[in-house]
Design a protein around this ligand. Structure first.
Ligand SMILES: Nc1ncnc2c1ncn2[C@@H]1O[C@H](COP(=O)(O)OP(=O)(O)OP(=O)(O)O)[C@@H](O)[C@H]1O
Length: 783
């Protein structure tokens, strides 16, 4: 969960009132100077306005990751200017640029805007690289220990120091700086972090859930996608940890909180989000002191997820963490072989189930159920299929009070979609089914396993009418199934930006990726059969690009908080209303506008209507306006790209078949010569290997021809009807002005540069049941 966009805004505010970043062009500025950046000037110096200075644009390569993907697109630097901080009204620090003393174009000492997190900082927690670079060694980023201070080397003076540090006085926070948070009794350091991150007011779910969470209650929170649920459940944990004694270097810290997430990406994102807050718990001075004295992190966050090295994750667990963010499969594997971890989970203070409903869909029920059962108190324990697992046997035999489940454990269950029935069920004191009755769903079963300590957990349902957020605009294109690629291509070209395309299968992604690569679109796949490193790499590339397309299965539909996703395209409809809500929720996050498009074939219309009805909709979605003049050329490009894709696929298949034949012949001790392979005499039991399929040479030639044809087509301009690309002052639609002012569409000549969100929304018709409908509108346009 990257709070990037908002934190960038906070940075811009504190930087200089006169240097507001231009809309849509976020940039950070670094002033290089010999002068110090200390607080309030000692003697009044000449102030300079930001616009009067000579900023130099830096090469993006030199600051990649600076804003951690939070939308920073530009960085400028400047020499020989001082930065001084003044305290403005309300205590806000404001930077002023002043002429550097004794500097006339020489000298270079950098003063960096302070809201930027020191990447090497360790005191505030693990450095901000929890999402590992795919090329790095495996493991959960910095948690492999390489970047952390050496805790094992405990010297006498360190121990003495520890003794003095048992409690820590927190400087009170001036609530006037964040009035909207004043009612919520968070630790002052957390408020300081919220201020630094630019989170000036709690979101709806935070405002409702935090008071209960902070007062020790169990909470079930349901709120729209992108509404800040992560902090709603994690701030009580941080507050609790900050109120606990400072951790010692000499002892392994006990596990306080476990956050279980359904997908690996989501788990890493939760770590990232928490670290952003943790990094701001200290000011610069405190951080420097902590670093100097090699103090352990105040709050330590570890992650345990599948797909990355189990060995390294075990090391993280062995070292001890306050908060563990995990996917159920890997966590249960580790628990089985680690008694200390099992005890840690049994004695948790906080158990958080994020996106509980998805966990069930993922088939992680058994592992999750086992993990949850470990936290049950005696008497509350339910019998389970793995009762004879040594983990449970050890738990039952260990009667030491410190290894028993805590009476004050808090359980938080959060999701954007939890059925009303289930919420009612959660509210009931007696949640167990009557003898002999079975629960309707696995989720209800899971809920039965949760041993809420609270007789009446707080259930907060802020889910919006119709399922999706108010800042989302939805539209649809109806077409014949074979034209889906065409309308996707049209949409991606017509509305550049960050687009997530959801397909119904991995095969669908495998077909679309090479096709759109041939069409020179910046596409990246994301699905469960990709290696974890590749998944993270693709996600990072998508996040970094201004305009890119992530083609994904539902593995990316939940929880991912990618900054500024402009569009979500449902290339295949999701199977459930919940999946539609989560997929669409990747855009329009944190009150930002977003756009969701459904590309629906005639065969899918019935399903689409019932999907909309189950979301409580009574009118059809408006249809996306299509400028049909562009379609014939796009169709032609696609035809050739599809032919290349098919031919390449067959060449691959042929090679595979030939290898198979060779291996089979070898196994049977038959001598094969190349002629036999080429003229198709030998087919064994594989009648589909026909002689004509063996003409590899011909096929390679035809692939080359098709590629040449596509290359030619890709060079031809795409022009709207009535536009002459050759004579921009002629034709029925003159585009010379667009060309001169560079105001027209970059790729589609003659089209205005509209955003999908701004397209006129015709009111949809009333949803009728069944499949009675006229010929699809978009098909007519394409004809
Ligand atoms: N109080 C706040 N003010 C402004 N932005 C916030 C606040 N709290 C969280 N955010 C930002 O809102 C974005 C969405 O938050 P988060 O990912 O927690 O949403 P979510 O409700 O968990 O979404 P989903 O249901 O899709 O998982 C994040 O980028 C986060 O940094």
């Amino acid at each position: 969960m990257r709070g990037g966009s908002l934190s960038s805004l906070a940075q811009a505010n504190t930087l200089a009132s006169s240097s507001k970043p231009k809309k849509g062009n976020k940039r950070a500025r670094i002033a290089s100077s010999a002068a110090s950046t200390s607080d309030a000037p000692k003697a009044k110096k000449d102030r300079l306005t930001a616009e009067s200075l000579q900023w130099r644009t830096l090469n993006p390569a030199s600051f990649s990751g600076f804003d951690d993907g939070g939308g920073m697109m530009m960085l400028e630097e400047l020499d020989d200017v001082g930065v001084e901080w003044e305290t403005a009204e309300g205590g806000m620090k404001v930077a002023r640029f002043v002429a550097a003393e004794g500097k006339k174009g020489k000298g270079k000492a950098k003063a960096v805007e302070p809201a930027v997190v020191d990447e090497e900082e360790v005191w505030g927690g693990i450095p901000d690289d929890a999402v590992p670079e795919a090329d790095e060694a495996e493991g959960s980023g910095s948690e492999d220990g390489a970047d952390l201070p050496e805790f094992s080397r405990v010297e006498k003076e360190d121990l003495d120091e520890e003794d003095e540090e048992e409690t820590e006085a927190a400087e009170p926070f001036d609530d006037a700086l964040l009035p909207a948070w004043s009612e919520i009794s968070l630790h002052p350091r957390i408020k300081r972090a919220l201020l630094a991150l630019g989170f000036v007011s709690p979101t709806g779910i935070q405002g409702r859930a935090l008071p209960s969470g902070l007062s020790g209650r169990d909470v079930v929170g349901v709120a729209e996608t992108g509404s800040g649920k992560t902090l709603a459940y994690s701030l009580p944990i941080l507050s609790h940890l900050l109120l606990s004694p400072t951790p010692s270097k000499s002892t392994r810290r006990p596990l306080s909180a476990l956050i279980v997430c359904p997908t690996r990406e989501l788990a890493l994102q939760v770590v990232d989000h928490l670290q952003k807050v943790v990094a701001h718990l200290m000011d610069d001075e405190e951080r420097a002191q902590a670093k100097k004295h090699n103090k352990p992190p105040r709050v330590s966050i570890g992650s345990v997820i599948g797909g990355l090295s189990a060995h390294k994750q075990k090391r993280i667990v062995d070292r001890g963490a306050d908060i563990l963010v995990a996917t159920p499969g890997r966590l249960w594997d580790l628990i089985k072989s680690d008694e200390d971890l099992a005890t840690g989970v049994r004695t948790l203070k906080f158990l958080i189930i994020d996106e509980a409903d998805r966990m069930i869909e993922n088939g992680h029920f058994a592992e999750l159920e086992n993990i949850v059962r470990l936290t049950q108190r005696q008497g509350a324990s339910t019998a389970g299929p793995d009762d004879d697992d040594p983990v449970f046997a050890a738990a039952n035999s260990d009667s030491a009070p410190e290894s028993r489940p805590r009476e004050d454990m808090q359980t938080f269950v959060f999701s954007a979609t939890l059925s009303k029935d289930l919420q009612q069920n959660l509210k009931r004191k007696q949640r167990k089914p009557k003898n002999g009755t079975k629960r309707a769903s696995a989720l209800e079963d899971l809920v039965d396993r949760l041993d809420f300590r609270d007789a009446n957990p707080e259930v907060i349902d802020l889910s919006p009418e119709g399922g999706v957020v108010a800042t989302l605009r939805e539209s649809m294109v109806e077409c014949v199934v074979t034209d889906k690629d065409l309308y996707l291509y049209y949409f991606l070209l017509r509305y550049p930006g960050r687009t997530m395309v959801f397909t119904g299968s991995i095969d669908g992604i495998r077909r679309l990726i090479p096709l759109f690569e041939m069409l020179q679109m910046p596409v990246y796949p994301l699905h469960s059969q990709l290696q974890q490193k590749q998944r993270l790499k693709n996600l990072d590339r998508f996040k970094e690009a201004k305009s890119a397309v992530l083609i994904a299965t539902d593995v990316a539909s939940r929880g991912l908080d990618i900054p500024n996703v402009d569009h979500v395209v449902h290339f295949n409809l999701p199977r459930t209303a919940d999946a539609y809500i989560h997929r669409s929720g990747r855009t329009a996050r944190a009150q930002n506008p977003g756009f969701a498009l459904q590309i629906v074939s005639a065969e899918e219309r019935g399903m689409q209507r019932s999907l909309m009805r189950s979301l409580g909709r009574t009118v059809e979605l408006p249809e996306l306006p299509i400028e049909s003049g562009f379609l014939p050329k796009l169709k032609e490009r696609l035809r050739v790209a599809q032919a290349i894709e098919k031919a390449q696929h067959e060449v691959k298949k042929e090679t595979h078949d030939r290898n198979w034949l060779k291996e089979a012949a070898e196994a049977m001790d038959i001598d094969l010569d190349d002629d036999m392979l080429d003229d198709g005499e030998l087919t064994f039991d594989r009648p589909h290997i026909r002689p004509q399929h063996r003409r590899k040479g011909n096929r390679t030639e035809s692939v080359a021809n098709l590629k040449a044809e596509l290359k030619h087509l890709m060079k031809e301009p795409l022009v709207a009807r009535g536009v002459s690309a050759r004579y921009p002052t002629g034709g029925s639609k003159v585009i010379i002005d667009d060309l001169v002012r560079a105001s027209g569409h970059e790729t589609l000549l003659g089209a205005p540069t509209a955003k999908a969100w701004d397209e006129p929304q015709k009111k949809g018709k009333k949803i009728v049941s069944g499949n009675k409908r006229k010929r699809p509108a978009a098909t007519a346009a394409a004809a």
